[in-house]
Design a protein around this ligand. Structure first.
Ligand SMILES: *Cc1c(COP(=O)(O)O)cnc(C)c1O
Length: 398
């Protein structure tokens, strides 16, 4: 499903940007339109997907988890096994190949959990481009190891001390940098968000996930799955899994947002639980805002889901009834983190643990002849410190 020529999916999306950014965004749009259909671009992309990212990633049957839950057959799409350990590299590789063809020498990006920053710094090192990463100061503390990784990869990391010192503030600063360095710089956005054509471009580069799943499940099971499940921050890993299945109406699509400490307490990042339509960071979408349109503080144990906005295509899919959205709390995600580790020997990212948490809650309601595929968007090594802190807090409370 593509947006209309102005970048809208129904009423969502579009491009709400300052005048100064309209020329460079137009330039990216034209480059993307041109290269995405070029055979040499696609060949280049496939080459690096295979030789560098390590694609195709496996679709692993989670046998012990399946038996433990006593419900449907559970498959895990192993984006945790990609180079750098999360799906984000699919997008950064695609976009840097475009930036290179546009003749750009410098890459700017924002990062929340640090996963996108690491994925950007990685491809910049691979292709020898200069790299500046903006990151909220709170996130630099939560994700110290990723900050070090980015620096090791040759990137310059700029901590942002404005606002809530998380992802949205980092995006604002990155945009500011871009406006002043438009000629030589390419802004590499990390999720299916922001002004057109980013949501479409990121969807395109992440759709490799769903395309592989389709081929793999047909080989293993001879049919399509009944449900696809993914966690939703900005929405890129979920849309990458869902997109190739949009026309397959018998496959239900379920996105899991971050319920944080609690929805009632208003300490969460679940945009579809109390969010409303607004314009935020270049796009019209559902956001967590107060009655005056001020962006609300969000909360989640996982930095990657801790964001007030969601990709516009998800809003449209929800409105059309094509996809359903729910949430898992911090507590449920931490429980899933531990269960998957023990049952399968796979430590999932805390983001992905939200999708697993949904399966743990719902498996009992689905019969054994059903097949579900969960996107394991990343590995959990980066989250071990957070998990230690969380469990020591739990002990104090008990
Ligand atoms: C960033 C991140 C997410 C959330 O981003 P989406 O754009 O919603 O996919 C999920 N999982 C992991 C491992 C991440 O690093």
């Amino acid at each position: 499903m593509n947006p209309n020529s102005r970048g809208f999916y129904g009423q969502y999306g579009g491009s709400y940007i300052p005048e100064t950014l309209s020329a460079p965004i137009e330039e990216i749009k034209e480059a993307f339109e041109k290269f995405k259909n070029e055979e040499s671009f696609q060949a280049d992309l496939s080459y690096w997907q295979k030789e560098y990212i390590g694609r195709a990633t496996p679709l692993t049957y989670a046998e012990r988890l399946t038996h433990f839950l006593g419900g449907p057959k559970i498959y895990l799409k192993r984006e945790d096994l990609t180079h750098t350990g999360a799906h984000k590299i699919n997008n950064t590789l695609g976009q840097i190949l475009i930036a290179k063809r546009m003749g750009k020498k410098r890459i700017i990006a924002e990062t929340g959990a640090g996963q996108h920053g690491v994925a950007v710094a990685t491809v910049c090192a691979l292709f020898g481009l200069s790299c500046t990463i903006y990151m909220g100061e709170d996130d630099t503390k939560r994700q110290r190891l990723n900050v070090y990784r980015m620096k090791l990869l040759g990137a310059s990391v700029r901590p942002v001390t404005l606002g809530s010192r998380t992802l949205k503030d980092a995006i604002n600063e990155a945009m500011r940098d871009w406006v002043t360095n438009i000629k030589n710089s390419y802004y590499l956005l990390g999720s299916a968000l922001g002004p057109h054509p980013y949501p479409q471009m990121v969807t395109e580069f992440q759709s490799i996930i769903g395309r592989e799943v389709k081929e793999q499940i047909l080989k293993k099971e001879g049919r399509l799955p009944d449900q696809l499940i993914a966690c939703v921050g900005g929405g890129s890993n979920a849309i990458g899994l869902f997109h190739p299945f949009l026309e397959d109406k018998d496959v239900s699509l379920i996105g899991v947002e971050a319920g944080g400490f609690g929805i009632k307490e208003k300490r969460h990042s679940a945009r579809f639980e109390g969010g409303s339509v607004g314009i935020f960071q270049g796009t019209k979408t559902v956001i967590l805002q107060d009655q005056f349109g001020q962006i609300e503080e969000t909360e989640s144990i996982s930095a990657g889901l801790d964001y007030a906005g969601i990709g516009p295509l998800h809003c449209y899919l929800k409105e059309m009834g094509r996809a359903k959205y729910t949430y898992a709390t911090d507590e449920e995600a931490m429980n899933a983190f531990s269960i998957l580790s023990k049952m399968e020997g796979i430590i999932p990212a805390l983001e992905s643990s939200h999708a697993i948490a949904y399966i743990i809650k719902e498996a009992a309601h689905l019969s054994k002849d059903k097949i579900i595929v969960c996107n394991l968007s990343g590995r959990g090594d980066k989250d071990v410190e957070t998990a230690i802190l969380y469990s020591s807090k739990e002990e104090v409370n008990n």
